[in-house]
Design a protein around this ligand. Structure first.
Ligand code: ADP
Ligand code: MG
Length: 160
């Protein structure tokens, strides 16, 4: 495994990682969350939202494609493109508007939007690892690298 792989033992640890990730993002950027059904993508999103003060549940925005969270500290948009039949549909939901302002965008099933969905700053890939999960980080832009640096600095001060 490469340098940027984190081992996450259970669901609670996944939520804590999400919280650290949210803090590290400072409420800005596009994160693709990859991994099969049931890997913990939505769980990670729940932690990210918690970093910005959202304590409630996180429903899967499967039918609406996107669930907006307008929080005091940040605007977070949670996309789940599982049901997207054609990337062109993203034009109809006004995808550009979500990417034209300062916000944090979390995208599950980004591959379904290929060609229309903007490229990410950071891609995360979740896999099974023992009874828990591994989360691999692939930063793409300068912002993505900065988020990973801040995440790793934050993780050194608290064990996930
Ligand atoms: P996805 O959005 O990828 O389909 P979910 O976030 O809905 O997946 O989570 C699916 C299941 O995985 C949940 O039952 C959750 O408890 C479990 N889970 C999440 N993170 C971990 C982890 N790090 N280790 C073990 N189980 C986890
Ligand atoms: Mg999900």
């Amino acid at each position: 495994m490469g340098d940027n792989v984190l081992h996450v033992a259970d669901e609670a640890a996944m939520v804590r990682l999400g919280e650290q990730l949210g803090k590290a993002s400072e409420g800005e950027g596009t994160l693709y969350l990859g991994g099969d059904l049931g890997m913990g993508k939505t769980t990670l999103c729940r932690g990210v939202l918690r970093a910005f003060g959202h304590q409630g549940a996180v429903k899967s925005p499967t039918y609406t494609l996107v669930e907006p969270y307008e929080l005091a500290a940040a605007s977070v948009y949670h996309f789940d493109l599982y049901r997207l039949a054609d990337p062109e549909e993203l034009e109809y939901v006004g995808i550009r508007d979500y990417f034209s302002e300062r916000s944090l965008r979390l995208v599950e099933w980004s591959e379904r939007g290929a060609g229309v969905l903007p490229e990410p700053d950071l891609r995360l890939e979740i896999d099974r690892f023992n009874s828990g999960r591994s989360v691999s980080l692939y930063p793409i832009t300068v912002l993505g690298h900065r988020i990973v640096q801040r995440l790793e600095a934050g993780l050194q001060q608290s064990t996930v």
